[in-house]
Design a protein. Structure first.
Length: 139
């Protein structure tokens, strides 16, 4: 029996005029597992994509942030976008019982990605609503 893999979204498009592209999942009614790999400071596209989800079957949301991007996410706009995502993920957790997961890498010569995760999603971590998982393999 094969285990279905999550739909993993990576935004590689350049951001123009302050608006990030997003994916529309309003018609994907059987969507169960979403994974996002933010490789830019902008995570607004993730928030907008999640806002479009209509599926009642969605059970898992995973973030796999690029460790080098995390190290540069100190700008205020980056924090603001992450905090908006944090609030939305808290809503998903409380209204749909979806526990978000952040998969991070360590030992890459950059600062502690787990520490950045804690500061970028403060409400989720304060309430213990997020699962933080260290990935030692390829991301």
């Amino acid at each position: 029996m094969s285990v279905p893999h999550p739909l993993c979204l990576v935004n590689t498009s350049p951001i123009r005029l302050g608006r990030a592209p997003e994916f529309d999942f309003s018609a994907a009614t059987k969507l169960k597992d979403l994974a996002f790999q933010p490789n830019q400071l902008n995570v607004q596209w993730i928030t907008r994509t999640l806002q479009s989800v209509e599926s009642n079957d969605l059970r898992r949301i995973t973030l796999r942030p690029d460790p080098y991007t995390f190290a540069d996410t100190i700008q205020e706009t980056g924090y603001r976008e992450w905090w908006e995502l944090d609030r939305l993920l808290v809503q998903f957790r409380t209204s749909r019982s979806i526990r978000p997961k952040v998969v991070y890498k360590m030992g890459l010569g950059v600062r502690d990605v787990r520490g950045y995760a804690l500061s970028l999603i403060p409400e989720l971590t304060r309430r213990g609503l997020v699962e933080l998982v260290e990935n030692s393999g390829p991301q």
